[in-house]
Design a protein. Structure first.
Lengths: 333, 229
């Protein structure tokens, strides 16, 4: 099988290898990790015709520049609204292109979004830990944090010209407030705190990494000075420190902690929350556990349909020209 | 108190046995954890034992909070009052001064000699309460009263993996180079990461732990043989 290789000309902080993650180890202090925006990650693989969950690169706002040093491979770039530069062309994320030896690919922060995904039609050679290549950023375990100067080698690298072009962006994702189920430690908060959290105007601060996102907004008072036993934490837990400031725990969260949790973001809203940037305003809305399950089931059905839709190859260039010309109703002889 | 059930978003149920830490509550957490492991209902992905509660995480497509709660209640009905008998694990520790920057301070704070602090630590009856903070960070309860010290005012940075640290009644063997405000009293060549894919972590919650003193030379021998993966 063909090989391809890249050298990392530049990697900003927190650019990591991620696969679908390593669920099942929280009891040992290990969060599942995996992509901050799972939908964008899955879309990149689907659009390339890859098996789901292959290792990809998660690009932070710091950006990534790669130089292809061997072979050729088709890649998909999804997530947020990043700037992609390749071969003199400047496009946005949500695109598929083929990069060949000697060419350069740059992914940098654009108008919106905090995380982009670079998936390959091939398998990057990365370290695994507990059966997964996902990087746990605080320990560096797993595939690892990309460093300027390092090499990336791919096996089974394919050129998939039938997939090159724009990727349809998801339109089914809810907008509006981030949905939470309140609790489980809401009893530790002063009266009115839960209402202030659910109704209040918050902003993302720049204290934001793969572990969590600290917010600013109305203070959420605790009911006195409390020593609370350490309790389990999940992706989406909103913990409140003694100064009344909430932090949403994300992909590389601690698995237990003693700060009381006022609410938990439902699983279909953590991806879009992760794409928020420092300074961006946000609000929360409370739903029941029952409603959360109904919302997530609907989301997962729509997500499956979307991934199915974008996984269909667009065809060869000739086929595409023909089809797209026919659709547009004008054929040039 | 009766066990309490709380919905965590769309994908987990938190079962709480008490508001405050107690041996009894923790024993219930461990017993329920084992009962669910032995008879795992449809859709349950994993359980996370903590000090007074157990998180039961599930796939919201396959089940829901009420179904999982029903299963947990059935498990609780079948639980007998009994001590959880965890497996006993041995952890080697070298208390050499170069590995134990806080040993003298602990001795000074408790009015003991450093040898007496070491002997008290070795005599401790430790139990794994839970994991947290970082991968493989297992909180062990059981530091004897006479050597219990509070957290330090200032954390120390870049504390090497394998450090044996204490604060209050808890003891921990670190797995990463990290800052800590706990007192560092020794270093262990025994890795919490076993490298065995079927049993990747040395302890299960509920296990008993005894510390075994080794010399600096034995530490170096052990550490060389250690799989750095």
């Amino acid at each position: 099988m063909a090989e391809a290789a890249f050298s990392v000309s530049f990697a900003g902080p927190l650019v990591t290898f991620q696969d679908a993650g390593r669920p099942g180890n929280m009891r040992y202090g290990v969060a599942a990790s995996g992509p901050m925006d799972r939908l964008a990650f899955e879309a990149a693989h689907a659009a390339l015709g890859n098996a789901p969950g292959l290792t990809a690169v998660e690009v932070s706002l710091g950006g990534l520049v790669l130089q292809c040093t061997k072979g050729a491979v088709t890649v998909a770039i999804t997530g947020g609204d990043f700037v992609v530069q390749h071969g003199g062309q400047k496009t946005g994320s949500w695109t598929i292109l083929t990069i060949r030896k000697g060419e350069r690919l740059s992914i940098s922060a654009g108008k919106a979004g905090s995380w982009a995904y670079l998936a390959f039609a091939g398998k990057p050679d990365t370290a695994d830990w507990l059966g997964s290549h996902a990087t746990h950023s605080t320990s560096g375990f797993g595939g690892g944090v990309l460093q300027t100067g390092q090499a990336i080698t791919l096996s089974e690298a394919l050129v998939r010209d039938d997939r090159v072009g724009d990727i349809l962006q998801p339109s089914f994702v809810a907008r509006g407030p981030i949905r939470v189920v309140t609790g489980p430690q809401d009893q530790y908060f002063a009266e009115g705190s839960v209402a202030r959290f659910v109704g209040g105007a918050f902003k993302v601060t720049d204290a934001y990494d793969r572990m969590g996102m600290r917010l600013s907004g109305p203070a959420l008072e605790l009911d006195g000075a409390l020593s609370i036993p350490s309790e389990p934490i999940v992706r989406g837990s909103v913990q409140v420190s003694g100064d009344g400031i909430p932090t949403v725990l994300l992909a590389d969260h601690q698995t237990t902690g003693g700060y009381p949790k006022i609410a938990t973001v439902i699983s279909c809203d953590t991806d879009r929350l992760a794409q928020f940037r420092a300074g961006q305003p946000l609000r929360f809305a409370s739903v029941s556990g029952h409603q959360a399950i109904a919302d997530v089931r609907l989301y997962l059905t729509e997500k499956a349909e979307y991934l199915e839709e974008i996984s269909v190859a667009r065809g060869t260039l000739d086929q595409r020209l023909m089809r797209e010309n026919l659709i547009h109703g004008c054929i040039y002889d | 108190m009766e066990p309490q059930f709380k919905a965590i978003a769309d994908h987990a149920l938190l079962v709480t046995f008490a508001d405050e830490i107690s041996e009894e509550a923790h024993a219930q957490v461990v017993a329920l954890d084992m009962a669910i492991a032995a008879d795992s209902p449809t859709g349950v992905i994993e359980t996370v034992p903590a000090l007074v509660n157990l998180l039961v995480s599930f796939d919201p497509v396959k089940t829901d909070h009420l179904k999982v709660e029903g299963h947990v209640r059935a498990c609780l009905d079948g639980l007998e009052k009994q001590d959880v008998k965890g497996v006993q694990r041995t952890v080697q520790v070298c208390y050499d001064a170069s590995f134990a920057p806080d040993l003298e301070a602990v001795a000074a704070a408790t009015g003991l000699s450093t040898e007496a602090v070491i002997n008290a630590h070795l005599a401790g009856d430790f139990q794994v309460l839970m994991y947290g903070f970082a991968p493989g960070y297992a909180y062990l309860a059981g530091v004897p009263k006479q050597i219990q010290v509070p957290r330090k005012q200032k954390p120390l940075r870049d504390v090497p993996a394998g450090s044996v640290i204490i604060a209050g009644q808890q003891c921990l063997i670190t797995t990463l180079t990290m800052p800590t405000g706990w007192s560092i009293i020794g270093r262990s060549p025994t890795s919490i990461f076993t490298g065995d894919p079927d049993h990747p972590f040395l302890f299960d919650v509920g296990d008993r732990v005894v510390f075994e003193r080794i010399s600096r030379a034995a530490f170096e021998d052990q550490n060389q043989g250690r799989d750095h993966g």
